[in-house]
Design a protein around this ligand. Structure first.
Ligand SMILES: Cc1cc2nc3c(=O)[nH]c(=O)nc-3n(C[C@H](O)[C@H](O)[C@H](O)COP(=O)(O)OP(=O)(O)OC[C@H]3O[C@@H](n4cnc5c(N)ncnc54)[C@H](O)[C@@H]3O)c2cc1C
Length: 419
């Protein structure tokens, strides 16, 4: 193996997955893994449980120092990268140190963005992205009795449930007319919303926040309906943006995120990007590059980047990103893969809805192929669904059977393909 110095910025899902992939081919060369946070690697998805108290913040780490050292990783925590010099093949740390690389992976993820709401800048509000955010929120919960959560995406929903479990009276405000847009259609989202309401969380959809202000230490949220909600805590979860500020002027091409191809290569040789920071080809529209900011995507892209960085010949280029998520809430299980939100357009969706339970199943077919599926408390296997979509497996006359028994038929179709 030629001498190569790997540097990875970001020690979360994409970064760790890349380390594992590099080590499958290259066991010798050093891998420098940097994070701006002063912690061991962890998953942001655990943070809501740190907030509720269900997860012990001392026990959430994905790797310890020994495991990292054992795989030849030089772990540099608390090291913020502030610049990149492509000519010198080096990154610049906030401390002033310059670190050289031969191959560099950008896996810096995304950071919360505050919406342009009058007064928001002037009040104390929380976001939830880092362990520090979660610990800060947990501290603020002591002595608090109520919370308002802005945003009904995955992070807002997880946070609302766990603030509630932590003993607070919670109101969630979503400007769109449904929660979890992009994953679930209105009907499925309505079932999830009802479960939140039954559990005591107030969920307001189609409700726009017009102003936020503080009065005697409490936060007051004015809504476009003219109503107000007053709470001890305000959590903003209205969206995230890729962390690419440190690349300004570097010459790396970026739009919303860092532009990459199906091998996670950026426009510059020796630099790759993966995870929430990367804007990669889309599965359904290969001419477009999109960000799919999910855990599965970060792991997959990190693996592909790592394999390519190490020159692994087994690499199969990324087939393109698809929306994919599993979601557990109040003892229920939901998932969504591929197309099927409100934008089904000309596609033919098949529904099964049972309000009790509740149970929900939606299967979206196009031209004899599966292009999307979602479910609540349904036995479908999201892994099989994703593979059927990605491998473009024709249902070949099994459409009806698949609609009534997606799990069994999906297994049959997959085993035929594997053979
Ligand atoms: C509360 C919450 C709940 C979520 N729930 C789900 C879920 O249910 N399902 C799902 O699919 N996804 C969920 N997500 C999203 C998921 O966590 C992300 O898609 C995933 O973590 C992306 O991984 P990543 O490695 O790309 O980036 P990140 O996890 O964001 O990690 C970025 C890393 O880069 C480091 N970094 C950033 N900038 C710098 C810098 N300048 N210098 C040095 N280091 C830097 C950070 O310290 C960190 O180590 C959730 C996220 C949150 C916050």
């Amino acid at each position: 193996m030629p001498q190569t110095r790997y540097v990875i910025i970001g020690s979360s899902h994409a970064g760790l997955s890349a380390v594992e992939a590099i080590r499958l081919t290259d066991r010798d060369n050093p891998v420098f893994l940097l994070t701006q946070e002063d912690t061991l690697p962890y998953s942001p998805t655990i943070l809501p449980y740190v907030v509720s108290g269900e997860a012990d913040p001392e026990k959430i780490f994905l790797k310890d120092e020994d495991a990292l050292k054992g795989s030849g990783v030089v772990y540099r925590r608390g090291e913020k990268v502030v610049g990149l010099d492509l000519h010198a093949r080096s990154i610049i740390l906030k401390s002033g140190e310059i670190l050289d690389y031969d191959k560099l992976l950008l896996a810096t993820g995304a950071a919360p963005v505050l919406p342009p709401v009058e007064g928001l800048e002037g009040v104390s509000c929380h976001v939830l992205r880092t362990l520090e955010d979660a610990l800060g929120l947990r501290r603020a919960m002591e002595g608090s009795r109520s919370a308002v959560v802005l945003g009904g995406g995955l992070i807002g929903m997880h946070a609302a449930e766990n603030l509630h479990k932590g003993g607070l009276k919670v109101t969630l405000v979503e400007a769109l007319d449904q929660i979890l847009p992009g994953y679930f259609d209105r009907e499925a989202a309505g079932l999830i919303r009802d479960i939140f309401r039954e559990n005591g969380i107030e969920v307001l959809t189609g409700s726009v926040v017009t102003r936020v202000f503080e009065d005697r230490g409490r936060c007051i949220v004015s809504l476009d309906s003219g109503e107000e909600r007053t709470a001890d805590l305000l959590l903003v979860a209205t969206g995230v943006r890729p962390r690419i500020g440190f690349l300004t002027g570097s010459g790396i091409d970026a739009e919303e995120g860092v532009l990459v191809d199906e091998r996670m290569r950026t426009t510059h040789p020796d630099v790759w990007a993966a995870g929430d920071v990367a804007q990669a080809p889309d599965f359904f529209d290969s001419g477009k590059k999109r960000i799919h900011a999910t855990l599965v995507n970060a792991v997959e892209q990190g693996r592909i980047a790592g394999m390519d960085m190490a020159g692994d010949e087994a690499l199969v280029p990324h087939p393109g990103g698809i929306a994919m998520n599993t979601y557990r809430f109040f003892g229920h299980r939901a998932f969504a893969v591929g197309l099927g939100g409100e934008n089904s357009g000309e596609l033919s969706p098949h529904h099964l809805v049972e309000k009790t339970g509740p149970r929900y199943r939606k299967i979206v077919l196009q031209g004899g192929r599966l292009v999307g599926a979602s479910g609540i408390n349904d036995g479908m296997d999201p892994g099989i669904i994703a593979e059927l979509i990605r491998r473009k497996i024709p249902l070949q006359g099994l459409e009806e059977r698949f609609i009534s028994d997606p799990l069994g038929t999906g297994r049959v179709l997959m085993s035929r393909t594997w053979r």
